[in-house]
Design a protein. Structure first.
Length: 405
């Protein structure tokens, strides 16, 4: 006899987005089963993943509300200022947190600590059943509900299936939802550096011909580097020794923070834009990278996924209180409409910024330099950009306002 579990929502993918969704639904009284191919929170993952994530002010409010932020302890570094500069130009753009609300513009958290915090919150939540390591091997979505079979033989029955299983989402592919995708022919190089002088919680973004070079403050005298290079040059960098790589890195970083050292591993990721042509199907919703992947130029990848979480959980919790079918087509269309515009704007904005700044065409250099100077001298326009970066614009779900769901 098969082991059958009944739940309100089945979430495939127990990472940053899927785990947070489980906590959000649980806060609203819904039970979810979260499955993942590998346990999160493993100690060895700290050595394997050197990435760090930018958390917008509104996303932080949601993580506080869901009890996730308390598990981070002192692992989040506030971003108080952002300085943007173009190669070969003396013009720049400076965002100062004092110009908006005095609160941090955002926070940098290493992925390992963020995954661990989410895992701790999920593990302690009575409304979330976490199963790993396990894979989804088959799923049927009918008018009556969802029936999913796991690789360990268990069967999950739910009203709704949510794909939070990343850019190559099995859930999305099984539902035959097409994607639009194009490569930037760029590679993202990520590493952590230590430095002599304090960074004073200032983030820097320098634009070079090959792409942006971001210096993002972490706790202590450390920064996370997100370095965009052409695919061809990145292949050369991958094979460099530690000393050779540090020399290349230092040329772009500069000496304003003193001597540098690379801490831990270096990672290389192909950069591309991808989005699902629909975020929903029969009894199915996509969130996070399953629905959209964008260039890291603005550090908004996870924030988009968390906005998906906040919107979907609010739609489902409100429907549950009214006794409605959680997999109903009308509810899913409501979620799709809510997120489609915001996601499209962010995808278009990051794509446009990367194309504008990742080149050495003289007329475009002039346009972007004048644009940086114009925004820097315009108080209202600068505040608009800062509010956008902090996630304060648009039709915000309750969780992003720090309110109970």
């Amino acid at each position: 006899m098969q082991d059958i579990l009944l739940t309100d929502v089945l979430i495939v993918g127990g990472g940053l987005v899927g785990g947070t969704l489980g906590c959000a639904l649980g806060a609203g009284g819904l039970h979810s089963v979260v499955i993942d191919r590998a346990p999160i929170g493993r100690q060895e993952e700290k050595k394997l993943d050197c990435r760090a994530t930018a958390i917008a002010q509104t996303a932080k409010k949601m993580l506080v509300s869901l009890g996730i932020w308390s598990h981070l302890k002192n692992q989040a570094a506030p971003i108080l200022d952002i300085r943007v500069a173009d190669e070969r130009s003396h013009l720049f753009l400076h965002f100062d947190h004092e110009d908006v609300s005095g609160e941090a513009l955002g926070y940098m958290v290493e992925n390992y600590y963020l995954r661990r915090a989410i895992f701790q919150a999920v593990s302690n939540h009575s409304q979330v059943t976490y199963i790993a390591p396990v894979e989804l091997v088959d799923v049927k979505r009918t008018a009556e509900g969802v029936r999913a079979k796991l690789s360990d033989g268990r069967v999950i029955r739910s009203a709704l299936l949510v794909g939070a299983d990343g850019h190559s989402s099995f859930v999305r592919q099984h539902a035959e939802i097409p994607v639009t995708k194009w490569s930037y022919k760029q590679t993202g190089i990520v590493c952590t550096v230590g430095h002599q002088r304090p960074h004073n919680n200032v983030a820097h973004e320098h634009f070079f011909q090959a792409g942006p070079f971001a210096i993002l403050p972490l706790t202590g005298n450390r920064c996370s580097i997100v370095w965009t290079e052409s695919e061809d040059h990145a292949r050369v960098l991958i094979d460099l020794s530690y000393d050779e790589f540090l020399t290349e890195l230092s040329q772009r970083f500069g000496d304003f923070l003193g001597r540098l050292k690379v801490i831990g591993s270096r990672s290389f990721y192909p950069l591309y834009l991808q989005y699902a042509n629909s975020n929903t199907a029969r009894r199915l919703a996509l969130v996070g990278d399953s629905a959209h992947c964008l260039h890291p130029i603005a550090g908004q990848g996870l924030n988009m996924g968390l906005r998906d979480v906040a919107a979907l959980s609010e739609v489902l919790v409100d429907a549950h209180r009214l006794g409605l079918d959680l997999g109903g087509g009308y509810l899913l269309k409501t979620f799709e409409r809510w997120r489609r515009f915001d996601n499209t704007i962010m995808l278009a904005a990051t794509d446009g910024l990367n194309r504008l700044f990742s080149n050495d065409i003289p007329p475009l250099r002039l346009v972007r330099d004048l644009g940086l100077a114009a925004v820097n001298t315009s108080g209202p326009l600068k505040k608009l950009f800062m509010r956008q970066a902090m996630g304060l614009t648009g039709n915000l779900p309750r969780l992003l306002k720090g309110q109970a769901i």
